[in-house]
Write a protein that binds this ligand. Structure first.
Ligand SMILES: *Cc1c(COP(=O)(O)O)cnc(C)c1O
Length: 404
């Protein structure tokens, strides 16, 4: 492999000059003056929480994805918890979930006393494999939680066929995939319930926040109850009715999202479409650059899906490079590239191993992929120079090790 002149320099890991002087993070929010203004206006209003901005935000987000209902909650984890609650999942029930995700995708099942059953992922996309899902169904299985890993929607058409055959419900953990679509259908409308996170590393933010979309008003009603202690009316409804009485009909939580946060969310939402497009444009530049590097490969993208690119994940050919992932990780960090790893397979965490007896070998595809994958910086405010710095750094490192 020839070594380009510009890259003929020592790795920063070994004392060479780093590509960047400042660390480029893997994700970063964009907050502009109009966002600040929207929050300030709400701070000066009568309602700081459970006021008009909550329903305004819910309606605007439902319209964005094309769903009948959206329910705003405190964070993406609360969104998953509310979804599992709305489906009535409880002790004795099994829910199928992939291991290549953030722990909350499985934790939400355990919150309600259910049992997570880990189904391995497709080797090329790292998305839940519908055939493996079907193989794990038992008389106790109630639902599937599909994770749109990195921002690519799962194969919901195939999952819906499996779910219909066995009477299961589908929750889409779409925390990575807002703005994406599968065969022309928008993420947020592909499952019985779809959950989103508004954490600052995600596509748009309210600081902390979450949303669930559904076409079923009864599920939406149950989730609004759940986010407010299981109480049938909220503060604003009681004020409007001039009443003090309320009833708590089920065990719920305080999972409310404030008006302050919803004001920020409404302002952010007006820019979301453009941000998704910017992420897709950066991903396309990465795709082109990495197509030319033999020891690096991006994840496969299924035809007919629109990838929303929360993450840009690459896999290294560790055999060809003769090193492990952690050396590459350290080398990229030393160059000023804030790489990350998504994810340690959930079933390998001590909690799951101890509580559910999940051991290495349970999901071999996810476990093998985990050893060789890495998340590169990707966020809308990245400059062209930032993107080039990432590509140059990856090239510098693979060239150094490949030639060694
Ligand atoms: C971010 C995320 C969550 C949790 O969202 P929070 O808002 O941080 O609680 C759940 N699932 C996935 C796949 C996520 O990426």
């Amino acid at each position: 492999m020839s070594r380009p002149h510009a890259l003929d320099q020592a790795l920063a890991l070994y004392g060479g000059r780093p590509v960047r002087q400042t660390m480029l993070p893997y994700g970063c929010q964009t907050i502009t003056d109009d966002d600040v203004q929207a929050v300030v206006e709400t701070l000066h209003s009568a309602w700081l929480t459970t006021g008009p901005k909550v329903s305004e935000f819910e309606q605007a987000f439902a319209a964005f994805v094309g769903a009948r209902e959206a329910v705003a909650v405190a964070n993406g984890t609360a969104a998953l918890h509310a979804a599992v609650y709305a489906l009535g999942i409880g002790p004795g029930d099994e829910v199928i979930v992939p291991p290549m995700t953030f722990a909350a995708s499985a934790n939400c099942i355990v919150f309600q006393g259910g049992t997570p059953v880990f189904a391995d992922v497709d080797a090329e996309t790292l998305l839940l494999d519908p055939a493996r899902v079907e193989a794990l169904i038992t008389p106790r299985t109630r639902a599937i939680i599909a994770v749109d890993y990195a921002g690519q929607p799962c194969d919901y058409e195939a999952l819906r066929v499996v779910a219909a055959r066995h009477g299961l419900r589908i929750i889409a953990d779409a925390c990575h995939a807002v703005g994406g679509s599968d065969r022309g259908r928008a993420v947020g409308t592909l499952a019985d319930l779809s959950t989103f996170s508004l954490h600052p590393v995600k596509h748009f933010t309210t600081g902390e926040g979450g949303l669930i979309t559904t076409d079923d008003p009864e599920l939406a009603r149950r989730m609004r109850l759940f986010r407010n202690h299981g109480i049938t009316s909220d503060h604003r409804q009681r004020e409007q009715q001039g009443s003090w009485a309320y009833e708590m009909v089920d065990l719920g939580y305080n999972y409310r999202l404030s008006d302050i946060q919803c004001a920020l969310g409404l302002s952010q939402l007006t820019k979301l479409r453009g941000w998704v497009e910017r992420r897709q444009a950066i991903a396309a530049r990465y795709d082109t650059a990495f197509a030319a590097m033999t020891s690096v490969r991006p994840l496969a993208v299924r035809p007919e899906t629109t990838h929303a690119y929360h993450l840009y994940v690459i896999r290294f050919d560790l055999n060809a490079l003769g090193i492990d992932r952690s050396t590459i990780f350290q080398a990229l960090r030393a160059e000023g590239i804030g790489v990350n790893v998504h994810y340690i397979p959930v079933h390998l965490h001590p909690f799951y191993r101890q509580r559910f007896g999940t051991e290495p070998g349970l999901c071999p595809v996810a476990e093998a992929a985990y050893e060789e994958l890495m998340t590169l910086p990707l966020f809308p405010a990245m400059s062209e120079q930032d993107v080039d710095d990432v590509v140059i750094s990856v090239e510098k490192i693979v060239t150094a090790f490949y030639a060694a």
